[in-house]
Design a protein. Sequence first.
Length: 277
Amino acid sequence: MKNVNKIIFGIFIIVITNLSLPTTSLAISGGFFKSILNIFKRGGDDVIKTGDDLLKGINNKITPKKPGPSKESLIMEKVGAEAHASEFKTLKESNRADYISYIRRQSDEVLEGGGDMWEFFNQESPSDNDIFKKFIMVGWIGKIYNNSEYFAKPISEKKLLLVCSNLNETFYFSLLMEQEPKRAFLVKNINFKNNQNSLPIQELVVIEDNNDLKIMSTFPGKNNEYPNHFFTIYKDQNFYYDRIKQANVSPDIIKKKAYSNILGKNNCSKATENGLL
C-alpha cells in the first residue's frame, strides 16, 4: 500500500507540474506518458526518483559553477603515465583511417549495439533501435570546443583527447573533428577503486550539441530501446555521467535533466602528453 501511494503521489506531481506550465516551455509528448507507464512497472522508490529528474528538467538555463578538481595525480597513478601518453600520441599522430582501425582492433570483441555509427544506421535493426536513431546528431559541430574559454585555448583543436572524471571513475574521450563526419570515441574507463576498465572501447553518438553543453551516449544494447550510458560535458569543464541500468530513459529526459544536474564535483580536462591542461 505504501508503494502504491508513492506511485500515485509521484505521477500526480509530474502531471500537475506539466499541466501548470505554459505549453511553449514544456510540451507533454507521447514519450512522457510512456515514461509514466514504465514507472508503473517498477517500484515506488523509482517513481520518486524519476519524477524528481523530470521536474528538474523543466529548467532551461545552467547555473554557472566552478568544476571540481581534475584529479590529475590520481588519474596518472591509476592509468599510468606511459598509457596516458600512448593514448595522446596515438590520437595526435595517426591519420583518421589508421586511428579508427586502431579503435576497431581494440574493441571488436566487446562492442555493444554494433559500436560503429555507420554500421548502426545501415544494419537491419530491431524497431527499438529505430526509435533511438532519431536522437543521433550525425552533423554535430562540437560548439563548446570552439566557444569555451577553456576548451578553445590556447587553440581550438581538431583532434582532441578529453579526460573526464567523477568521484568514482575517469573516462577518456577521443574526438576526431578535422573532417566530416566528426566522430567521438570512449577509449578508456578506469574505476578508481578497483583499477578495472569498466566500459569497453567504443564509438559514441552525440545527442545534444549547443553552446553550453554536449551530450554523448553509447549505442543501445541488444533489444534495448535506449542506451545505458550518457556523458554530459559542459563548457566550463563540468561533467556528468548518467548510468541507466534498465536502459529505459529517453534521451529527451537526459537532455532536460542536464540543465539541473548537480555540478561542481566533477571535471573534464584536455589531455596533454604528460598530463592534463
